[in-house]
Design a protein around this ligand. Structure first.
Ligand SMILES: Cc1cc2nc3c(=O)[nH]c(=O)nc-3n(C[C@H](O)[C@H](O)[C@H](O)COP(=O)(O)O)c2cc1C
Length: 170
């Protein structure tokens, strides 16, 4: 499978470690994995202008780093969303990258998704998980797995092994 991981963290720390573990496991299983660091890209929020559904014929009127992300939605078999929790949700950068898929409606090819979340405190994940599950239901993409790392679990070998082992089963 071609797997794209959208990493919504602007930092190369806790979420990046979860992402790397996933990549290692998936590559060990023979998959091709691309990481797009959307948290460090310039991706504006959707304007809701409907240009894409009219004159734009599926193209967004905004020209920014979303042009690098869109091929992932068009060509990947699996999309993995990864984010630190910012105020009980995924980062604004990742949310923008997800919402900008509006111009094509639904990812064209992906049949599977997964979610990787990192936080400081024990259980702030419900909001991000609810959004993710809603996106899976709306797009008809199967949720293959949800992994959370809170506080000391971040970068712990046990957590990284859990994610690596899961990705090996894909
Ligand atoms: C703006 C901001 C908001 C945050 N909000 C929360 C929060 O609501 N709950 C929580 O447990 N941690 C929160 N955190 C902490 C991060 O989720 C946590 O440190 C995470 O491991 C960072 O991942 P990263 O190293 O990939 O950036 C917040 C951090 C920032 C910078």
């Amino acid at each position: 499978m071609k797997i794209t991981i959208l990493n919504g963290s602007p930092r190369k720390e806790n979420t990046a470690a979860l992402v790397e573990a996933f990549k290692e496991g998936a590559e060990a299983a023979g998959h091709v994995v691309d990481i797009l660091h959307v948290g460090r890209m310039k991706i504006a929020g959707c304007l809701g202008c409907e240009y894409c559904h009219g004159k734009g014929e599926g193209k967004c009127i905004q020209k920014d780093d979303m042009e690098k992300v869109m091929p992932a939605y068009l060509n990947s078999d699996m999309v993995v969303f990864a984010s630190p929790i910012y105020y009980f949700d995924m980062t604004a950068q990742l949310a923008a990258a997800i919402q900008r898929v509006y111009c094509i409606g639904k990812p064209a090819k992906a049949t599977k998704a997964a979610l990787l979340l990192s936080s400081a405190s024990p259980n702030p994940f419900d909001g991000a998980i609810a959004s993710y599950k809603g996106i899976c239901a709306f797009t008809g993409i199967e949720n293959a797995g949800i992994f959370t790392a809170a506080g000391d679990e971040n970068k712990s070998e046990a957590k990284l092994a859990e994610i690596r082992d899961f990705a090996k089963t894909l």
